[in-house]
Design a protein around this ligand. Structure first.
Ligand code: UDP
Length: 332
């Protein structure tokens, strides 16, 4: 049985769906502060899913999950706050939730003898790129509290391995995009801050705001590496297999090695929608590096992982999901 924290959220729910499709038993532990009960209801249709509503900040919530489920083999830990701008304004919220919450999780794991964890880390642990594409040897100097919380957790995991033999795989995501292929689950943030959903949500009432067109890139807009969410879920499945097969603590970049500019993403969204999208050019958003592209060689070689879906496919599935989400939101 696999315990997934944050399994009612965007990326976590895609992994849960994949595990259920493979016939695995899954427990989702989620506070539903940011995740959605509707997502859990959808996931239940795919297999044997237990849901525990709990908060990692309450050690007894997570101890209870282990106490009642003695057959947990491994944990996949998504639950976290992840908005960069908010983390700058309110670091206390981020350190308390992300770092303290993870400590409770790790301590409960040790107490109940569970010693394998796959952890959602981030390209934000690297900070301002010194070279590109970014490989795992790139220095980690986060430039915001969100990235720092994830780096601190990576370091705690190293120490817990040395002292207690807790094995971790840290997956450093670049820009996650798309929704599941049948449009049943997808990105559902309130408020939404990410590029693709914001372009797709734009209308004549609310134009899309493009943040900065004077970067030192080919077309002046920021370049990012958009990794499809189902490919990302597949990397987690492979990371679990790696640990199950006795793999040591390790860390991997998850991206495609291809960069796309904000203008390119915008044009691809217009092409998928088949209409022009109202656009407003705005000043730069604080803290956005010009370019973030992953060197994914290590994940390919060690995990045997290959991303399969391109940006256009991610945008198509995101668009289908946006349409389904509107229906869901009208119902709730
Ligand atoms: N972006 C934008 N308008 C938006 C949201 C994002 O122009 O409404 C830009 C943002 O400035 C960045 C890129 O799109 O250059 C990707 O931003 P996102 O928030 O999706 O991911 P991040 O790279 O911050 O993790």
């Amino acid at each position: 049985m696999i315990l997934v924290t944050g399994g009612a959220g965007y990326i976590g729910s895609h992994l849960v769906m994949e595990l259920l499709k493979q016939g695995k038993d899954v427990i989702v532990f989620d506070s539903l502060e940011l995740g959605h009960i509707e997502t859990i209801e959808t996931l239940r249709q795919y297999g044997n899913l237990k849901f525990i509503k709990g908060n990692l900040k309450n050690i007894d919530d997570i101890r209870g999950a282990f106490m009642l489920n003695k057959d947990i083999e491994a944990v996949v830990h998504f639950a976290a706050y992840s908005q960069v701008a908010e983390s700058v304004k309110n670091p206390q919220k981020y350190y308390y939730n992300n770092v303290y919450g993870t400590l409770n999780l790790l301590n409960a794991m040790l107490e109940f003898g569970v010693k394998k964890i796959v952890f959602s880390s981030t390209a934000a642990t690297y900070g301002e790129p010194v070279y590109t594409p970014i490989d795992e040897k790139h220095p980690q100097n986060p430039i915001n509290p969100y990235g720092t919380t994830k780096l601190i957790i990576e370091k705690i995991m190293d120490d817990y391995d040395k002292a207690y033999g807790l094995k971790s795989v840290r997956l450093r995501y670049f820009n996650v995009a798309g929704a599941n292929s049948d449009g049943k689950i997808g990105e559902w943030h309130e408020p939404e801050t990410h590029l693709i959903p914001n372009v797709l949500k734009a209308s004549s009432f609310k134009s899309f705001k493009m943040f900065g067109t004077n970067y030192d890139t080919a077309d002046g807009t920021c370049v990012r590496d958009y990794i499809n969410v189902e490919d990302l879920a597949d990397a987690h499945v492979k990371a679990l297999e790696y640990l199950k097969n006795g793999g040591d603590t390790n860390y991997f970049n998850l991206g495609t090695k291809t960069g796309n500019s904000v203008k390119e993403v915008f044009a691809a969204c217009e092409s998928v929608k088949g209409t022009s999208i109202p656009l407003e050019i705005c000043p730069r958003r604080e803290g956005d590096p010009a370019e973030l592209v992953a060197d994914n060689t290590k994940a390919r070689e060690v995990l045997g992982w290959t991303p399969k879906n391109d940006l256009k496919y991610s945008i198509k599935t995101a668009y289908e999901w946006e349409n389904n989400l509107k229906k869901l939101q009208n119902m709730v």
